[in-house]
Design a protein around this ligand. Sequence first.
Ligand SMILES: Cc1cc2nc3c(=O)[nH]c(=O)nc-3n(C[C@H](O)[C@H](O)[C@H](O)COP(=O)(O)OP(=O)(O)OC[C@H]3O[C@@H](n4cnc5c(N)ncnc54)[C@H](O)[C@@H]3O)c2cc1C
Length: 390
Amino acid sequence: MAERKPVGKTAEADVVVVGGSAAGLFTAALLARGGRSVRVLEAAPELGPAPRTLIVTHQLRPLLGPAAGAATVNEIRRFELFTNGRSAQVALAKPDLIIERTKLIRALAADAQHAGVKIDCSTRFQGVAANARGLRLEVESGGKREEFHAASVVGADGVASRVARSAGWPPLQTVSLLQAIVRLPKDCPPDTVRVWFVPEDTPYFYWLIPESPQRAALGLIAADSAGAMGCLTRFLEKKGMEPLEWQGARIPEYRRWIPVRRRLGRGDVYLVGDAAAQVKVTTVGGLVTGFRGARGVAEAILNGGHSAELRALRRELGAHWLIRRALHDFAQADYCRLVDMLNVSACNALGAISRDEAARLLWQTVRQQPRLVLLGLRGLLLGRGGARPA
Ligand SMILES: Cc1cc2nc3c(=O)[nH]c(=O)nc-3n(C[C@H](O)[C@H](O)[C@H](O)COP(=O)(O)OP(=O)(O)OC[C@H]3O[C@@H](n4cnc5c(N)ncnc54)[C@H](O)[C@@H]3O)c2cc1C
């Protein structure tokens, strides 16, 4: 860490969490409830980032409790899948939730503060180093240099995590996620998500996610933001939709498990959420998995390093990676075959298992749809690149 301006103010806590967003606020609340003194440092001037429409599985409810209800703006009961003139429908046994990110962050912040967490906004983490007592963090607040001292630091500062770089983790592989808010088409019910597989545009898919009876998010994932904008603009024109707002950012592409803890002198540095690539690489959804990572890291800090949740999360993210590998190089003909194979029993099985239970989904597919497994194996064996280990 470079020594520059004199230190203005110093403060102490058992744990400092860097990043006052989803994963950071949830980690902080769990640690404070476990009896630790916790401070959250957030670079933005206030909590409550730009709006972002997010879809999550019903698994969010048992994880978050009342905060999940406070942030839910719609529920989804059905998925419609399209590819090259073919279609299939999957009815969900338990509805997915549509979450508005600003509401979620405010609810999580209220929860954390209620548990005793102190939150410092306009406070940008600069670096961390070991000192005699544990860890010394250098931050910048209102143009002044300040110091914090803690036994543990949790990096919840997103995909370009400065905590990770400062403690020696390598940078993450990323993809670009872009969505446009549009008027919900008249023929699309507000409880139905539409998914289009168009492999010449993206190895993932396009989605239309209704956030209310009036509005929906239409988006895709691409390698870079220019490619995402080009494809999405053409797709919007083809579907006759006007963009009302844009939402987008780079997100981590999970390629392998990232060990979440590093020892620095006498202190520990941990990573959670996007900072640790805790994102399902099948759909690039990172909210539920980031909360599970937060629960795991809180468990590890409170239990002297042990966490069953982190082991389970590793298995889950690994199962998503396997599915993505199988699908990543699918051509149009493969998607046509896939949608044709989705008969009533396959759709029922898909609707009964959530996207946050990929390992269970794989087992069910092996038992009930061996032809789907063969198609996936073909994808695995013939794939050319994509989400493979670097
Ligand atoms: C457009 C879009 C749509 C998405 N849709 C979905 C979806 O439908 N479902 C889903 O599950 N996931 C979705 N995701 C992914 C999901 O939003 C992320 O995985 C999740 O929000 C990550 O949360 P996080 O707390 O780990 O990181 P972030 O939300 O990135 O938070 C990092 C925080 O750290 C702060 N920070 C950064 N650097 C510093 C610093 N040096 N000092 C102090 N603070 C700092 C930032 O200001 C920020 O508040 C979407 C992502 C995008 C971009």
